[in-house]
Write a protein that binds this ligand. Sequence first.
Ligand code: NAD
Length: 383
Amino acid sequence: MKIAVTKEIEVGERRIALIPDMVSRLVKQGWEIYVESGAGEAGYFSDSAYEQAGATIVSDKAELWQNADIITKVSSLKEEELPLLQKGKSIIGLLDPLGQPETIQKLADQGVTSFSLELMPRTSRAQSMDALSSQGNIAGYKSVLIAATALPKFFPMLTTAAGTIRPASVFIIGVGVAGLQAIATARRLGALVEAFDIRPEVKEQVQSLGADFVEMDLEEDTTTSDGYAKEVSKDSKQKSQELIAKHVAKADVVITTAQVQGKRAPQLVTNEMIKQMKPGSVIVDLAGEQGGNCEPTEAGKDIQMEPGVTVISPINLPSSLPIHASQMYSKNISTLLQYLVKEEQMQLDFDDDIINSICLTHNGELRSQKVQEILAAKTESKV
Ligand code: NAD
């Protein structure tokens, strides 16, 4: 099996699908690994490190993709990459199937077999292949560091000869993987942390990290069968916003991470709420790329709001820690390769929930029901 590791062309993407350490392990198991020249440079992984690990460096992307059986990548496919994918090839990555369903349809039309890590089931069996978790951890950690740097205050409590400093209060909205890591990181920095989520089952996880859970009875089922949050009714949204407003007003830092799979992120923090915050407070909105959890959010921008509140919405935070993000992503990819390929053959058993969930296209067919539904809804809205 020939595996290609390609250079990412997404602007600002510094991660790579397989790091040299992982390449070395795979080569020892008999895999042939081909790496595009300069592919790891932005993450401090040199061509020579890949050569030492047993990979072959290929300078031409088209040649690399043509000769490989499976192409591994991080970011979703760009229009100019599609013609490089020939019939019968396989591609694995964070292909953004729910955001770019048309691209996935093209992969089906081209006879490409594609696997999306975003659709990995969130089960213990799939945990070592769960890239949303590995990368979400990084986003949660980094969001707190960004907030701590922007906040004109300390995070920890300090007792000094020059007086006592009260700890910062941090309010986290959305307690999935990123939110939990944000809680843990803010606690490590000594802040007092509160957290809110519409899924009540996260209460114990929040408390076990030393934070207070802001509780609310929504009187509706808020969790899908996959464990993701549902979009809540207007009534529940209003009720939760009243509660959120009280806690936002008290916080020095608000970190928002709320997402609903395949949908625009819910808008939870309004301009009115921001007006009630203390001057100097900071909001970090991790959902900016999905439309934002805060009314003024613009992905990639820092916005200054009255009365002196900074709303920061960073883009692709995992890429800002490219060494560890790539190391963790590599583990996800290599485990998946070994899961898919047995005795030098890709074996796709669609009765297996992991393969059935992540395989978007195969043999000219668009398999993913979620992608089909989004495409059908788009067609309907045009009619
Ligand atoms: P996500 O990125 O989809 O969403 C982040 C959080 O936002 C979620 O906790 C969600 O409940 C919350 N949210 C959505 N709408 C909200 C609203 N209106 N107000 C407040 N909060 C809102 O979440 P994720 O990190 O991808 O995790 C999704 C699920 O998968 C979670 O249940 C998580 O525990 C689970 N998970 C399971 C495993 C495993 O079992 N192996 C691994 C990772 C994640």
